[in-house]
Design a protein around this ligand. Structure first.
Ligand code: AMP
Length: 212
């Protein structure tokens, strides 16, 4: 099964990708997480990507296409995978086509911009294992440290309100056209993001199951 999640930053793609990964037993691949790891490790790619991420801009297409090609060639992707945050431009979607990859379903999670800004300011992440929480909607057990590895949770630099506004603008200009792109291929399912994460999860899994 090959599943793609579209949606604005903070719409809940990452959470839904994790849920679907567990249910279908396939890896969830987040280009954002791969890039953040590269920044943390100070690799050449990480250094090149840092200024884009921190400004809320997209990392250049050739860089992310290279990342995804490498990741999808790994053996754990043989039975399928979930894309979370890739593609984000039509050029990236075309690169996926050129790699001969056809998605089974593309789920777009829709959330209003105002809700996103409110949500992002409450998002907390674990810099060590990459787990994501929310102070209101998905708190960790003690509200301060990661449930998996007990590392102190932090607010991502690019989740600050000014950067979020920039990320939303980028989403509407460059990523939202992908909805038409995949609707044209008959792959698009729209899921309206709900107040309760578990309700969004039910709708998301039902959308995926409807194409199986
Ligand atoms: P995310 O964790 O998916 O919200 O991604 C965080 C940031 O990583 C984005 O704001 C971009 O700067 C960068 N990024 C992640 N995926 C892509 C992509 N497919 N194309 C370009 N930039 C990306």
């Amino acid at each position: 099964m090959k599943i793609m999640f579209l949606g604005a930053p903070g719409a809940g793609k990452g959470t839904q990708a994790e849920n679907a990964a567990k249910k279908y037993n396939i890896p969830a691949i987040s280009t954002g997480a791969i890039i953040r790891e590269a920044i943390k490790n100070g690799t050449e790619m990480g250094l090149a990507a840092k200024s884009y991420i921190e400004a809320g801009a997209l990392v250049p297409d050739d860089v992310v296409i290279g990342i995804i090609k490498e990741r999808l060639s790994e053996s754990d992707c043989a039975q399928g995978f979930i894309l979370d945050g890739f593609p984000r431009t039509v050029a990236q979607a075309e690169a996926l086509d050129a790699m001969g990859i056809e998605m089974d379903v593309v789920v777009s999670i829709e959330v209003a911009d105002e809700t996103i800004v409110e949500r992002m300011s409450g998002r907390r992440v674990c810099d060590k294992c990459g787990a994501s929480y929310h102070t209101k909607y998905k708190p960790s057990a003690d509200g301060k440290t990661c449930d998996n590895c007990k590392t102190e949770l932090t607010l991502r630099k690019d989740d600050s309100p000014e950067v979020v506004i920039n990320r939303l603008k980028t989403y509407h200009e460059l990523t939202e056209p992908l909805k038409d792109y995949y609707a044209g291929k008959g792959k698009l399912k729209i899921v309206i993001g709900q107040e309760e994460v578990s309700d969004t999860t039910k709708l998301t899994l039902a959308a995926i199951d409807s194409v199986k």
